[in-house]
Design a protein around this ligand. Structure first.
Ligand SMILES: *Cc1c(COP(=O)(O)O)cnc(C)c1O
Length: 395
């Protein structure tokens, strides 16, 4: 392996980056020149191509994962008066989608190793709070939640399951692809997610009626989509049968999605290699806790979340991030727990003290660069910088 010696990296390394190649540019260009820009054939082709990846009978592509979550909730009849259990370790979009659907998000604390919803905490919440209609597990960083224990809780109480799989495209739980398990599963194709359509999302479901309803809701509540209306043999006549959204994906985005899908396996393989390189380096250092991967899951490696062991270090996470930045290594923190945000505290009364495991997870976590275009040398620069900061700050 090449070595640059002991000096710091000369240029700044970003923590997240989209991966776009010439094939993607060509696919977008062809669709731009085709004369059909927005929802049409390419969206349908993209939906068909996603089905085997997520293992669902139906896939509907939409403008974002945020809107996918809201539409999925509405398509399942979840709304006013209903409560939906989700995780404090997630992006604000998860809870906001629940609120937009008219329901109320309630939080259960997480597992200390994966940062995913803890089935035992969910069970306690289900016993103590009424009106809970659904669970919205978040597969944090691409590591699937413990779906079997969660499903045994929901089956007993006839609760619905809408998964936030924004990080979890290609993940699987006990051999079952994420997308094939819950009543509906929502994916994100945002720029920096594992598959990019710039902005975009999808709803996967095995329930035909839910797919039908989601399709109507995502395009103004109109009973047929624009593709059918404007193709030869289509009709000008349509009905508005529901109070819908304007949340479709476009054919230009779907063309990008199809092109990305063609190299998804390669991109995932690279993510896995990078994660393995990090973990091999960090596993022996007492001050560092690499991410857990349970033996019965396939991890989608959207994020590499390293955790610090504060008892071993003289600096906290925030200073650690600052030290890495000085060494030209970009990092981030996923996620600032929802109870720390003004809006959720004021509107829903969320309090950080109620979620001690999530708070501990947050205080020790930092996200390292992980995306397919990282070179081995980039990864080694990150490892070198992390060890440099650790060694200078050991207790
Ligand atoms: C990115 C993200 C979303 C939102 O995805 P969009 O496609 O940007 O709407 C939702 N949940 C989680 C956990 C995310 O990371």
């Amino acid at each position: 392996m090449e070595s640059r010696g002991r000096g710091p990296r000369p240029d700044f390394l970003h923590v997240l980056r989209p991966f776009i190649d010439d094939d993607d540019v060509r696919a977008v260009g062809e669709t731009l020149r085709s004369g059909w820009l927005t929802v049409g054939k390419k969206c349908i082709e993209f939906e068909e191509a996603l089905k085997p990846v997520v293992g669902a009978r139906h896939v509907h592509v939409v403008a974002s994962c945020t809107t996918a979550l809201e539409i999925a909730l509405r398509a399942l009849g979840i709304g006013r008066g209903d409560r939906v259990v989700t995780s404090p370790i997630t992006f604000t979009a998860t809870a906001a989608a629940i609120l937009h659907a008219g329901a109320e998000p309630v939080l259960a604390d997480v597992e200390s190793d994966t940062g995913n919803l803890d089935p035992a905490k969910v069970e306690r919440l289900l016993r103590s709070r009424g009106k809970i209609r659904a669970l919205m597990p978040v597969h944090f960083a691409g590591h699937p939640c413990e779906m079997d224990p969660l499903l045994s809780l929901t089956r007993k109480r006839r609760l619905l399951v809408v998964e936030d799989a924004a990080h979890a495209l290609t993940a699987s739980y006990r051999g079952r692809p994420i997308g094939s398990i819950g009543d509906a599963t929502c994916f994100s194709f945002f720029a920096c997610k594992n598959l990019c359509t710039i902005e975009g999302g999808a709803i996967a479901t095995n329930r035909t009626a839910v797919d039908r309803k989601a399709r109507v809701l995502s395009l103004h509540g109109i009973s047929r989509d624009a593709w059918q209306r404007y193709s030869k043999g289509g009709s000008w006549r349509y009905d508005v049968v529901d109070f819908g959204f304007k949340s479709n994906l476009t054919d230009v985005q779907a063309a990008l999605g199809l092109s990305q899908l063609a190299k998804l396996a390669r991109m995932q393989e690279r993510r896995e290699q990078i994660a393995a390189r990090y973990t091999a380096a960090f596993a022996a250092e007492e001050a560092l806790e690499p991410p857990t991967v349970r033996p019965h899951v396939t991890m989608a490696w959207h994020l590499y979340v390293l955790r610090l062991r504060p008892e071993c270090l003289r600096i906290n996470r925030d200073s650690f991030i600052e030290e890495l930045r000085r060494r030209n290594i970009g990092t981030s923190v996923h996620f600032i727990p929802l109870p720390l945000f003004t809006f959720y505290r004021k509107r829903l009364g969320f309090s950080a003290r109620a979620y001690p495991v999530a708070m501990d997870f947050f205080k020790r976590a930092l996200t390292l660069p992980l995306y397919p275009s990282l070179t081995d040398r980039d990864v080694d620069d990150v490892i070198t910088a992390v060890f440099d900061v650790v060694r200078r700050n050991l207790r």
